[in-house]
Design a protein around this ligand. Structure first.
Ligand code: SAH
Ligand code: SF4
Length: 340
C-alpha cells in the first residue's frame, strides 16, 4: 500500500531504496531534494531515473504541507497555520532576531494532555505528525521569511514524547548535512515530562537539548495544571532528569508558566528552588498568555520579578520569556482556536 514519503525517516528512505534494489546514494539524493531543496514533486528530482520517480510517485507519494493562514506581528514574528495532505492543520511560529531565525514547530495535531492553561490542550488530540510534516513546517518558515533557520524548538502543538520516533526522525532530518544542517545543540524539544521519553532521549547520540514543562514543583498544583500528569510524581521526574544529565552531560531548561494566584507565591518559589537544586538547569519564566474562555490570568510583574531575583540570588539561572508576537496571539493553539 502507498505510504506518504513524509512518513519515512532518513534511515527509512535508505531501507526503501535497498529494498527496491537502488544504490545507496539514491536515498541521499532524495533526502536532499525533499528537505534541502524543498521540491514540490518527484518530477523536479532531475538526477533520479524516470522509472524510480514513477515508482516513488505510486508507492510513496509526495504532498507538501501548505500555509492556510498567516499573521505577522509588529515585532517581525510570523505565525502560521499549515495544512497537511489529509486536511488536518497545526500551528507554527517563526521568530527572527538579527541573523537568527528560530522556528517553533508542532509535533501533533492537537494534544491529549489537557493542561488547563493551554489552548491546544482544550482542542484534544487528533493525530501524530509524520517526520516530513514536521520538517515541512520549517521549510515553509524558511521560504516565507527568506532566511535560513538557525534554531528550532519543538514547543508548538502536541506532546513530542508521545510521538517519539517521528519527532526524533524529524530532528535527525533537520540536523543532517543532507537535510537542513542545523546543529543538534540548536534543536530543543519540550516535554511535559513523559518519563519513558526522557529516559530514551538521555541515550540518543546527538547533542539535542531538552526543556521540561515543570510549571509547579508542588505536586498538588502540578496535578491541577496538568491533569494528565497526576500519576507522575515530581520525585520520579527529578530522578529521571538527574539520570538524563548523568547520561548526556546536558543541562535542561525548566519552563514555568506563571499564573496569577496559582503557582506564583513564596511556597511555589521555594519549592521551585528546591527542585532546581542538584540539577544543572535554567529556568524560563513565562507569564501566561490569556486564552479565550479561560479565567486564568498572567502573574503580576511584581511576582515575576520576585521569582527572577530570588532564583538568581540562589545561583539558579533564570530568564523571562519575552512574549514575541503577543499581538498575534502568542501561545500555541491560540491562532487556530481564533479561527473557529
Ligand atoms: N507539549 C509540550 C510542548 C508544547 S507546549 C510541553 O508541554 O512542553 C510548550 C509550551 O507552551 C509549554 O511549556 C508552555 O510553556 C507553553 N504554553 C502553553 N500554553 C500557554 C499559555 N497560555 N501561555 C504561555 N505559554 C503557554
Ligand atoms: Fe499538550 Fe504541552 Fe499544551 Fe500541555 S502544554 S496540553 S502537554 S501542548
Amino acid at each position: 500500500m502507498a505510504q506518504s514519503i513524509a512518513a519515512y525517516s532518513y534511515e527509512g528512505i535508505c531501507e526503501l531504496m535497498k529494498e527496491w534494489g537502488q544504490p545507496r546514494f539514491r536515498a541521499k539524493q532524495i533526502v536532499q531534494w525533499l528537505y534541502q531543496k524543498g521540491v514540490e514533486s518527484y518530477d523536479e528530482m532531475s538526477n533520479l531515473p524516470a522509472a524510480l520517480k514513477e515508482r516513488l510517485q505510486q508507492e510513496a507519494p509526495l504532498q507538501r504541507a501548505r500555509i492556510i493562514d498567516k499573521q505577522v506581528s509588529e515585532d517581525g514574528t510570523r505565525k502560521y497555520i499549515v495544512e497537511f495532505a489529509d486536511g488536518k492543520s497545526a500551528e507554527m511560529v517563526a521568530i527572527p532576531s538579527g541573523d537568527r531565525l528560530t522556528v517553533c514547530f508542532s509535533t501533533q495535531v492537537g494534544c491529549a494532555m489537557g493542561c488547563i492553561f493551554c489552548a491546544t490542550g482544550k482542542e484534544g488530540f487528533t493525530r501524530n505528525l509524520l517526520p516530513g510534516e514536521m520538517v515541512d513546517q520549517i521549510l515553509i518558515a524558511q521560504k516565507d521569511m527568506d532566511m535560513r533557520v538557525t534554531n528550532l524548538v519543538g514547543m508548538g502543538q502536541g506532546e513530542p514524547f508521545l510521538n517519539y520516533d517521528n519527532v526524533l526522525a524529524a530532528m535527525r532530518l533537520v540536523n543532517s548535512a543532507d537535510g537542513l544542517n542545523v546543529g543538534a545543540r540548536k534543536i530543543t524539544i519540550s516535554t511535559c515530562g513523559i518519563l519513558s521519553g526522557i529516559r530514551k532521549f538521555a541515550h540518543e547520540p546527538e547533542q539535542f537539548t531538552m526543556a521540561i514543562s515543570l510549571h509547579s514543583a508542588i505536586q498538588k498544583t502540578r496535578d491541577v495544571l496538568m491533569p494528565s500528569m497526576v500519576h507522575q510524581s515530581l520525585t520520579d521526574l527529578k530522578q529521571d532528569i538527574r539520570d538524563y544529565q548523568e547520561a548526556s552531560g546536558r543541562r535542561v531548561t525548566y519552563e514555568y508558566v506563571m499564573i496569577d494566584g496559582l503557582n506564583d507565591d513564596d511556597d511555589h518559589l521555594f519549592a521551585l528552588v528546591d527542585f532546581c537544586r542538584g540539577t544543572m538547569c535554567h529556568v524560563n519564566l513565562i507569564p501566561i498568555n490569556e486564552i479565550e474562555g479561560s479565567v486564568l490570568q498572567p502573574s503580576s510583574e511584581k511576582a515575576v520579578k520576585r521569582f527572577l531575583s530570588e532564583l538568581e540570588k540562589r545561583g539558579i539561572e533564570a530568564t523571562l520569556r519575552n512574549s514575541r508576537g503577543a499581538d498575534i496571539a502568542g501561545a500555541c493553539g491560540q491562532l487556530k482556536n481564533m479561527r473557529r
